[in-house]
Design a protein around this ligand. Structure first.
Ligand code: AP5
Length: 209
């Protein structure tokens, strides 16, 4: 089993590109953010442990995340590898991942901080299928989402105050992982400050390397 990691700051476009990469690679997307939001909504013990951290824009403790990933990776559809979106986010998470699956590519979507706030504050998604849109950069078609079950959903943590904490967490706790993966020769930086289609093309090229 071999997996791919989509790495980058909040709002870099990991989820947007994951949707496209699922079609291109056939690998299922494993988003720790989506899994945590589902756990909060269902009021599970994991959701209760995570909620205050998420509301504050802080990272959820490693042990909570690693348990979540171990359970998810044991599911049948993960047998051939997965595409991680938003995981790992700390060196201890990456070390735990090494004992669970082999990672062939870490795709780092690089976007400057000044672009992040406008991306996150304009984000919304389809509650029917989860597709991600943006007020300005990627609006939903005028007749709604192609899934046919269009209803707009916005995230509670998509506000300026929380974005600033999420960026701090990224720079302090997550960005050191870039060096860790660079040392393993599987790190592929991609310029994420461009059109969505161009970035998809670069990621597909990087996956051939
Ligand atoms: P999570 O849900 O993972 O959020 P995030 O990393 O902050 O990333 P986002 O989902 O906000 O952004 P994205 O990169 O997917 O961007 P998107 O494609 O949507 O985590 C939420 C919280 O959960 C964390 O704060 C933490 O508390 C916790 N958590 C999760 N995982 C954890 C872990 N492993 N360890 C500890 N805690 C964890 O795009 C953003 C917007 O930009 C969209 O509107 C999109 O349409 C638009 N857009 C995308 N690409 C472009 C482009 N090229 N040009 C213009 N606009 C674009």
């Amino acid at each position: 089993m071999s997996s791919i990691v989509l790495f980058g700051p909040p709002g870099a476009g990991k989820g947007t590109q994951a949707e496209r990469m699922m079609q291109a690679t056939g690998l299922p997307q494993v988003s720790t953010g989506d899994m945590l939001r589902a756990a909060v909504k269902a009021d599970t013990p994991t959701g209760r442990a995570a909620k205050a951290y998420m509301d504050a824009g802080k990272l959820v403790p490693d042990e909570v995340i690693i348990d979540l990933i171990k359970d998810r990776i044991a599911e049948d559809d993960a047998a051939g590898g997965v595409m991680f979106d938003g995981f790992p986010r700390t060196v201890p998470q990456a070390e735990a991942l090494e004992s669970i699956t082999s990672v062939t590519h870490v795709i780092a979507i690089e976007v400057p901080d000044e672009r992040i706030v406008e991306r996150i504050c304009g984000r919304y998604s389809c509650s029917g299928c989860g597709s991600v849109f943006h007020d300005t950069f990627n609006p939903v078609p005028s007749n709604g989402c192609s899934c046919g079950n269009w209803a707009e959903k916005r995230r509670a943590d998509d506000n300026e105050e929380t974005v600033s904490s999420r960026l701090d967490a990224y720079h302090e706790q997550t960005s050191p992982l870039a060096e860790w993966y660079r040392g393993k020769g599987i790190f592929h930086p991609v310029d994420g400050d461009r059109a969505i289609d161009e970035i998809t093309g670069d990621i597909l090229d990087a996956l051939k390397a």
